[in-house]
Design a binder for this molecule. Structure first.
Ligand SMILES: [Zn+2]
Length: 413
């Protein structure tokens, strides 16, 4: 078999496209595959009207490597003249418009970028940072264009800070699919308008399909949801994910205060324990288990605050919703009798929002999807060493957590 025939078959090219030459450039570790179009009758790619051949444009696309050689497709692509659209380049079957990579290569690049950081992907694929970013942005645009307006029974709204300082984004997660929670919307900031954009993007059918929305006790999100979602009071839930976050913050404050008091007396028992108190009991790494036990035996204020938080966490695992709903107010009261200062403000807030907290049991909105997405986004921020650019942060969230169909379609190539 001749090399041209071999590549014709590997590339899956069909009439009118054919491989006319294969050249190996050993010193550049490159194989160039020349492709030509044999057609003489042309149609405008925009309107499909018959058009006249204007000239040819030489274009190059990076394809999947042939063994260790970079493989480049080089084609003389006809440009046609349409009365309505002017001079237009005809579509090629192996790549999308404006791309410098074949669809096969883009698919590989997307797979690699889903698994590793953008700099590692550039290194592995031998492409520039700008090229990788272009592939990623195209993939997200493609995925969003294909997205259907489906029902969204369970949602979770959350704020997320990125980069340095207090830059926030509002993130809406679809939380009804336990193993595959997806980010549906990313809004700028964390005020009422940040969430309004999401509600406005839904079709009337989608709005009707919403059964429960988990959110923080954050006034802006409550306001926005009440303004847009029919029967919102019955659907808004202050979910365990957000409640536990408040309690964790309270534990951290108690620890700092107690640590300072101890330090002034030359006591460093709490030194280096910051991370330890942030874990839930079941997730505590083995190396810290003994230390936690020792600290808990010393009847510290921090230990007490941590126990209250753990009581709350236990509540959500109850399988009997009614029992959970009965127990929760009692838990809040138990919190009231505890002397831990930092829980006081939280307790008042819990009382105020109790009804929406209890709704968790009716809706069975679990922590897992929101926490999963939160962890995924946190690891993106870590991998990117923070984001200086909002748009890039948004693109990355949709690329990794949007559940989008990112891949270009393969036609002949
Ligand atoms: Zn046209």
């Amino acid at each position: 078999m001749q090399d041209t025939q071999l590549y014709q078959q590997i590339l899956g090219l069909e009439h009118p496209w054919r491989v006319t030459g294969v050249v190996m450039k050993r010193e550049r570790r490159t194989i160039e595959v020349a492709v030509e179009c044999a057609d003489q009758v042309w149609a405008c790619p925009e309107c499909r009207q018959r058009a006249h051949l204007h000239d040819y444009e030489t274009r190059r696309w990076r394809h999947l490597d042939s063994c260790q050689f970079k493989t480049i497709l080089v084609a003389e692509v006809p440009r046609v003249k349409c009365e309505e659209h002017g001079t237009v380049t005809v579509k090629v079957p192996w790549a999308e418009k404006h791309s410098r990579f074949t669809a096969y290569f883009e698919r590989l690049a997307i797979d690699v970028m889903l698994e590793c950081s953008i700099s590692a992907a550039c290194e592995l694929l031998g492409i520039s940072w700008a090229e990788a970013d272009g592939i990623k942005q195209r993939a997200v645009r493609r995925g969003q264009a294909r997205k259907q307006a489906t029902a969204m029974p369970r949602l979770c709204v959350d704020e997320k800070s990125f980069g340095r300082g207090h830059d926030y984004m509002t993130i809406v997660t679809r939380a009804d699919r336990l193993k595959s929670a997806t980010v549906e919307y990313v809004g700028e900031g964390r005020d009422t308008q940040s969430l309004d954009g999401f509600w406005r993007s839904l079709t009337p059918e989608q709005l009707k399909s919403v059964e429960a929305v988990g959110m923080d006790m954050w006034g802006s999100y409550l306001k926005s949801t009440r303004a847009h979602l029919p029967d919102a009071e019955r659907k808004i839930v202050h979910d365990p994910f957000h409640l536990v976050r408040y309690l964790n913050q309270a534990v951290a404050r108690v620890r700092i205060a107690e640590y300072r008091t101890h330090k002034a007396m030359g006591d460093d028992r709490l030194k280096g324990s910051k991370q330890l108190w942030l874990y839930g009991l079941e997730n505590l790494p083995e190396r810290w288990q003994l230390r936690l036990e020792q600290l808990q035996n010393q009847k510290l204020k921090t230990g007490r605050a941590w126990s209250i938080k753990e009581y709350f966490r236990d509540m959500w695992t109850l399988s009997d919703g009614r029992r959970g709903a009965e127990l929760l107010p009692r838990m809040v009261q138990l919190g009231d009798s505890q002397p831990a200062q930092a829980h006081r403000g939280r307790r008042a807030m819990l009382h105020r929002h109790l009804e929406r907290i209890i709704q968790v049991f009716a809706h069975r909105l679990t922590n897992a999807p929101a926490e999963g997405i939160n962890n995924k986004i946190q690891s993106l921020i870590k991998k990117a060493y923070g984001y200086r650019n909002r748009l890039r942060f948004k693109t990355d969230i949709f690329f990794h957590c949007g559940g989008l169909d990112l891949y270009p379609t393969l036609s002949q190539c």
